[in-house]
Write a protein that binds this ligand. Structure first.
Ligand code: NAP
Length: 280
């Protein structure tokens, strides 16, 4: 079974659109999302444009604030401070990566946790790992929602996560622990990745290496979620060898059209959650 992330994201956006109509009727206002884009990175520009497009489509007020590559840290921090105090803004996102002169940690820490739609602020990271309510990073949240479409009961399942980034691997592990999975986190120093994967009921690959996960790494009937987006001579490829793995897996996400569309849909969902909390 191929998990159609594009369709599932579309359905989620439709649900969110309805929620916004209800919120507008109740509060006479709609959520606002501000995205800060620094520099000219072509991939970042596309991501930001898409985020704004989908936000507008479902009725979120969205703005992009652009800075030149050479902007100084204080200018960005001052802007974040203003946005933190602006009641019309429910969510703030600073598109990564950042230029060298800007300290990523300082920027993430400056965003009010209540407006941190990316779920990167240490308060939100702490809430997730403590099992409390808070913002969950968009890509792992998207992976989780896709997984739930094919595995209703995750209790006791053995999940192997490849990659331990703050963006993907670590929050994914926390989400699955909360669902009572047994979680193994692997990384570049893991001794026998193939064998770790072979024991998994669920594999989440968030590495950045095209076709790393092969067919003979996967147990028959496992569910495989491919987070990787790798530009190769053959076009966009995931971290999983789709052709091989789709023959043994019970369900698998394609690249493109799997996790990618869910990331933006979850950003919109997080923005709405921020708005609701600010108004409750
Ligand atoms: P990252 O920060 O570079 O982290 C990669 C992780 O993979 C690290 O933990 C690294 O281990 C591990 N790793 C590298 N080589 C490995 C190997 N041979 N075996 C096992 N583990 C290995 O990357 P990221 O930001 O998490 O992104 C991962 C992928 O997801 C990229 O392709 C990215 O483009 C994609 N992505 C997709 C979306 C989406 O919406 N679909 C969103 C974000 C990212 P160490 O910690 O030991 O270095």
């Amino acid at each position: 079974m191929i998990i159609d992330g594009k369709k599932i994201a579309e359905e989620l956006r439709e649900e969110l659109k309805k929620k916004i109509i209800e919120l507008k009727a109740t509060y006479k206002s709609v959520p606002g999302l501000t995205v800060i884009l620094i520099g000219e990175d072509p991939a970042s520009k596309i991501y930001v444009k898409n985020k704004q497009k989908y936000a507008k489509d479902i009725g979120i007020n969205s703005e992009i604030i652009k800075y030149q590559e050479s902007v100084d840290e204080k200018t960005v921090l001052d802007k974040i401070s203003k946005l933190n105090n602006d009641k019309k803004i429910s969510g703030i996102l600073v598109q990564l990566p950042l230029p060298k002169q800007i300290n990523k940690k300082k920027i993430i820490d400056a965003i009010l946790p209540e407006k941190d739609v990316d779920g990167f602020h240490p308060v939100n990271v702490g809430n997730l790992s403590s099992g409390y309510e808070g913002k969950v990073p968009c890509t792992p949240l998207g992976c989780y929602l896709l997984l739930r479409k094919v595995e209703k009961d995750l209790k006791g399942k053995h999940a192997v996560i490849i990659g331990r980034s703050n963006l993907n691997g670590k929050p994914m592990a926390q989400l699955l622990l909360k669902e009572n999975c047994t979680v193994t986190i692997t990384h570049s120093k893991t001794k026998d990745l193939k064998n770790e994967c072979k024991r998994a009921d669920i594999i989440i690959a968030a590495v950045g290496q095209p076709k790393l996960v092969k067919g003979d790494w996967v147990k028959k009937g496992a569910v495989v979620i491919d987070v990787g987006i790798n530009k190769t001579a053959n076009g966009l490829e995931g971290d999983v060898d789709f052709e091989e793995v789709s023959k043994v897996a019970k369900a698998i996400t394609p690249v493109p059209g799997g996790v990618g569309p869910m990331t933006i849909a979850c950003l919109l969902s997080n923005t709405i959650e921020c708005f609701k909390r600010a108004n409750s």
